[in-house]
Design a binder for this molecule. Sequence first.
Ligand SMILES: Cc1cc2nc3c(=O)[nH]c(=O)nc-3n(C[C@H](O)[C@H](O)[C@H](O)COP(=O)(O)OP(=O)(O)OC[C@H]3O[C@@H](n4cnc5c(N)ncnc54)[C@H](O)[C@@H]3O)c2cc1C
Length: 498
Amino acid sequence: MSENTDLIIVGGGISGASLLYTVAKFTDIDDVTLIEKEREIAAINSDRTNNSQTLHFGDIETNYTLEKAEEVKEGAELLAGYLEGTDPDREMHSKRSKMVLGVGDEEVAKLEERYHDNGFGDLFPKLREIGREEIQELEPKVVEGREPGTELKALQTPDGYVVDYGAVAQSFVDAAREEEGVGVHLGTAVENVDEGRDGFTVETDDGDFEADAVVVAAGSHSLQFAKQMGYGEHMSLLPVAGSFFLADDLLNGKVYTLQMKKLPFAAVHGDADVHDQGVTRFGPTAKLVPALERGELSTVSDFADVFGFSPASVLSYVNILSDRILFPYVVRNLVYDLPEVGKRAFLPNVQKVVPTVDVDDIERAKGYGGVRPQIVNTETKELDMGEAKITGDGILFNITPSPGASTALKNAMTDVQTVLDFFDGDHEFDEDAFREATIENFPRVDDGDDGDDGDNAETDAADADEADEADEADAEDEVEGDAADDDSDDRVPAEADD
Ligand SMILES: Cc1cc2nc3c(=O)[nH]c(=O)nc-3n(C[C@H](O)[C@H](O)[C@H](O)COP(=O)(O)OP(=O)(O)OC[C@H]3O[C@@H](n4cnc5c(N)ncnc54)[C@H](O)[C@@H]3O)c2cc1C
């Protein structure tokens, strides 16, 4: 006997959980079932130890173009609004200072250009330019030990949401389960999805499920399912594992460094942990692995499925990896995971953020880290950065490298529209109620948000004048508005981020 349902969601990470929440709470679809192979929600990339816990707005990510930042911003505001509304005690998130640091004339000039000429100051009213003194107030260790003559500047914002995406995913599932017609099957692996005349049969190791529509939100595995069903033929994956190093009490919030030119993976950053401000995490590294999940040997053959061993796949990999900037970077990153040598090799990355750090101050975060499924376009033979969506007839596949956790609610909102199309308009989405539960709780400068992060005494002093200064910045930027959208030579294409 198989179970019948309207919609099946495969995968219970932050993406699947966001969609379950959005469908259950804000549509009139009668039955929705989530199937997750692990015994817990969000045990893979969405777990708090496996990603950088950053809610990416696009304000301090210098690997984003303005267009990419505009896209990501709405997603971040949806999730931030959800957190503001449902997590007043900050059990799933914290809110701290967040900045991107420029060191030396060249980097400082780049930040200024980004802020004033490239439109980022306009797009993010809470983003401020701060100098050495204020950086020191917020993050003393960032300034300690630096040459007094070295120019320092940061773009800083109080919207430093640090998020336990695993806990958020669980809260979405809990909220969805309050509704009738919601089924959640944990510890149930989907083995095959079959497209029939009247819908889909989802075969699992615990029996079959029938559904009218399916959304596959299985991270890297989404492409494997897609390929098995004849979709995503021009895609392959470059699985990029990310590890972290830990240190005690170095930073109060998030400190990003400037994107390294032409590199597709984000520059190393330092982040205070969501649940323990005394722990600072540096990373992530970017190591190529032939597997879809970290430390799961069984996913090596899954990688082989998505790689496909076609001439187009092989040529794409050769083309991407033979890049004269990417190749040495990839080799260097292989070293970081080696015992002892690894942390010595990684140390200069940490010292870019905290100059006085010594090799004995850091240790590799064992068991931390995940795998970003970077998409390879086997037609152009290049990396397609960011997320991918493949839409079939009644079925949708989401492949979600970073910033997939930050944009999970926005993705869910988009996916709901596609799912409603699958049902030929028989159901409705109450977008107003969805926005009321999410983005409408996001604090804005216009609402008198003073930028007080509430979590951190050190940052509170610097936040006090936040709203006024942001308003001034707004006024200045209006004058410069016309230049804001100009492209700049230094704007790298939309890249991966963590
Ligand atoms: C090192 C690193 C740092 C990152 N930092 C950030 C960050 O700071 N901010 C940010 O926004 N994003 C970040 N990301 C990206 C972010 O972690 C992912 O985009 C996000 O977690 C993806 O969520 P997901 O639900 O799509 O996938 P996942 O969390 O991977 O969930 C997929 C789920 O599908 C399940 N599944 C797979 N196959 C099956 C099957 N056959 N049957 C049933 N279930 C199945 C898996 O068990 C898993 O639970 C980072 C990623 C990495 C690796």
